[in-house]
Design a binder for this molecule. Structure first.
Ligand SMILES: Nc1ncnc2c1ncn2[C@@H]1O[C@H](COP(=O)(O)OP(=O)(O)OP(=O)(O)O)[C@@H](O)[C@H]1O
Ligand SMILES: [Mg+2]
Ligand SMILES: [Zn+2]
Length: 511
């Protein structure tokens, strides 16, 4: 009975969420040895060395005993080395050296060096969330991870530097310094270095981008070299409304699990913007399977994933995007079960229309033949294109627009409109498990995209005229819903549909 109470709480990551692990210790007479049950074999050997060495540095002169640690649940895969610290504590607990009740109040995690120094871990934010959910008083973890854990109100957070500090705290000798609740500002739009006011002209492109950001629609920009596609894409984040608290927590959980918080939290209080190079691997883009790590689609969760020069990416890599763009999460299947990472991204792509870049350009002639153009455009598969709500042609800026001194609208002004339309969607979808127009499942489109008889007639006419597929039809309705929201119009009207159609008839795509 007494033994059972000597428990140390820790946790393991499954995907980005933490799962409770308890560590029991048994110390008995017999040959001096150290066993660990419930950790994968390869991890045990190294952990033993770090744990026993670190304890040696406490100079406790422990008797030679048989020590057994049991990490439960046994059948759960436990990744990482964050169990070193709680295991060391479990050993000390087994020797009756600690205040048992005090020890049980905290979730403990950390890697140890051979000399008892505590090293940072992945997923600290998720661990803090778990500690709170389980009703523990607090969490004790490496000092480098204390800041992210302190985003979670309602639990005590202690960051420590070595085993000795924790040992002295758990025997009641000293107190640890409590990490203060982290203050954050989600409305820090001043962080951006770019602004839409720098983009001259391009009214249609900017309008399409505003619509895309508002409904979180995927968008593709096609245009000649130098037409400003990359310039536009770099400014998309600047008109997106701030993250909500819950969105921020989701984002930080992903970065924390991926071990990407070394530069601190500051950059994660705005929506993520990821623009990986076209040489990226499949695992880099959507997440790996052997050592499961979130890929770029997950790192852009609640933000933007921009693939510039889309046709330069390997076709097989691009195909990997189909499932996450559809399901808004990535599922990674492994022998020990499957994991999911969130991946609700806004996908933005840019490409030239043909190898020379000038197909469809009003002021330059294209030197490619039809076959070359077809082969080039075929690099983007139909199913991938089907997942893109807006496809726009970005023409080079008109010389008259470029030289005039009229100030273009600033990102701040555009963002005001987007914020309003975000609010409308929030209200509309308050009872749904999604938040934006682009995410409406087929069953809800009828309910939320009401159109009158005349508009229906117009839509039917357009479908026949342009040969629009069923899939594209629902995309047009969703985009029209967003356009109506930007106008604060309850119903979708004919001019909303007609604008949505304009951004979807891919004249420049020939296949
Ligand atoms: N509308 C514009 N207003 C102001 N500057 C512009 C505009 N369009 C293009 N430029 C200028 O031209 C440069 C090239 O644009 P950008 O790199 O975005 O073109 P691109 O479409 O991405 O070309 P590529 O297909 O070669 O990648 C920009 O960095 C900017 O200086
Ligand atoms: Mg470019
Ligand atoms: Zn060409």
């Amino acid at each position: 009975m007494e033994k059972k109470e000597k428990i140390v709480y820790s946790a393991s990551l499954s995907g980005i969420d933490a799962v409770m692990v308890t560590i029991e210790s048994d110390i008995s007479f017999g040959m001096a040895n150290f066993n660990i049950v419930g950790l994968p074999d390869n991890a045990v050997k190294e952990a033993k060395v770090r744990v026993m060495n670190s304890i040696k540095y406490l100079d406790l002169d422990l008797p030679q005993k048989k020590i057994t640690l049991n990490l439960a649940p046994a059948d759960m895969r436990k990744d990482g080395s964050s169990f070193d610290l709680p295991m060391a504590i479990a050993v000390l607990n087994g020797f009756n050296l600690l205040n048992v009740e005090l020890t049980k109040k905290y979730l403990i995690a950390g890697e140890l060096s051979l000399f008892g120094e505590v090293r940072n871990i992945h997923g600290a934010l998720s661990l803090a969330i778990l500690a709170k959910e389980k009703g523990l008083t607090g969490i004790i973890l490496p000092y480098e991870n204390a800041e992210e854990a302190s985003l979670i109100p309602g639990i005590e957070v202690y960051g420590i530097r070595n085993l000795k500090e924790l040992f002295e705290f758990l025997i009641g000798k000293t107190l640890l310094k409590k990490e203060e609740l982290k203050k954050y500002n989600l409305n820090n739009s001043t962080l951006f270095n770019e602004d839409f006011s720098e983009v001259k002209g391009q009214f249609l492109s900017k309008r399409a981008i505003e619509i895309a950001v508002t409904g979180r629609h995927n968008i593709m920009m096609i245009g000649a070299p130098g037409s400003g596609k990359t310039m536009l894409a770099k400014r998309i984040s600047t008109i997106a409304p701030p993250l909500t608290y819950n969105e921020m927590i989701e984002v930080i959980k992903i970065y924390s699990a991926a071990g990407l918080l070394k530069q601190g939290l500051k950059n994660l209080f705005t929506r993520p913007y990821r623009a990986p190079h076209h040489s990226i691997s499949e695992a880099g883009l959507v997440g790996g399977s052997s050592n499961p790590k979130p890929g770029e689609v997950s790192l852009s969760h609640n933000g933007i994933l921009f693939l510039d020069e889309l046709t330069e990416f390997k076709k097989s890599t691009l195909e990997q995007l189909r499932q996450p763009l559809e399901d808004r999460e990535v599922t990674i299947t492994r022998a020990s079960g499957s994991l999911t990472f969130p991946a609700s991204t806004m996908f933005v792509a840019a490409m030239n229309p043909c190898p020379c870049g000038f197909y469809g350009d009003p002021s330059n002639s294209c030197s490619c033949n039809q076959n070359e153009i077809k082969r080039y455009q075929k690099k983007i598969s139909g199913p991938l294109l089907d997942r893109i709500d807006l496809v726009i042609n970005v023409p080079a800026v008109k010389p008259s627009d470029l030289v005039n001194n009229i100030n273009s609208e600033s990102s701040k002004e555009i963002r005001k409109r987007v914020v309003k339309a975000f609010e409308l969607q929030k209200e509309r979808f308050k009872n749904e498990n999604y938040k934006f127009n682009s995410m409406m499942p087929p069953k809800d489109i009828k309910r939320f995209c009401k159109i009158d008889e005349n508009t229906k007639k117009f839509l039917r006419f357009s479908i026949e005229k342009f040969g629009i597929s069923a899939r594209k039809y629902s995309r047009i309705l969703k985009v029209a819903r967003t356009i109506a929201d930007l106008e604060n119009s309850k119903n979708i009207e004919q001019h909303h549909i007609s604008e949505a159609l304009n951004f979807n008839i891919q004249r420049i795509l020939i296949n």
